[in-house]
Design a protein around this ligand. Structure first.
Ligand code: CMP
Length: 134
């Protein structure tokens, strides 16, 4: 089915000037960029976005990192884009992310792992709403 998902280049990816490469990968796969903005996430938005991780020991570090500099927030559309974009991102833990994936090519730590992508239809709808207000 045609879906929409929320993808975000994290502060480490923006700082390392990987935005163009990442946009290019999804465009070449055949997905369509519907919305995009460079923005700095507020502490409130960070805590809301990552609410499911609130009880994790790394939550404070996660909020601090995601608010540490600009992110590039995007909405992408296409056939099965939620699952396929996550395959293209690679595993969250870089010890498991295959070469050829975004994290497998650029990341070495789980905290600074370049990109976020919605993991389900429900989180895609929630995250698109949070960042783009619809
Ligand atoms: P993301 O897909 O954006 O969703 C939750 C994030 O928590 C995840 O990417 C990682 O960047 C981060 N994360 C997961 N485990 C750890 C950890 N042990 N220490 C710091 N950050 C983590």
């Amino acid at each position: 089915a045609i879906q929409q998902t929320f993808l975000m280049v994290k502060p480490d990816g923006v700082e390392r000037q990987l935005v163009g490469d990442i946009v290019d990968r999804f465009e070449r796969r055949g997905f369509v960029l519907k919305e995009a903005k460079l923005m700095t996430i507020s502490e409130d938005l960070a805590k809301n976005h990552y609410a499911e991780h609130a009880e994790r020991p790394f939550f404070g570090e996660l909020v601090e990192f995601i608010t540490s500099g600009p992110v590039f927030a995007m909405v992408w559309e296409g056939e099965n884009v939620i699952a396929l974009s996550r395959l293209m991102m690679g595993a969250t833990n870089p010890a498991e992310s295959a070469p050829g994936t975004i994290r497998g090519d650029y990341a070495t730590t789980v905290a600074e792992n370049i990109i976020h992508g919605s993991d389900s239809l429900a989180s895609a709808e929630r995250e698109i709403g949070l960042f783009f207000g619809k």
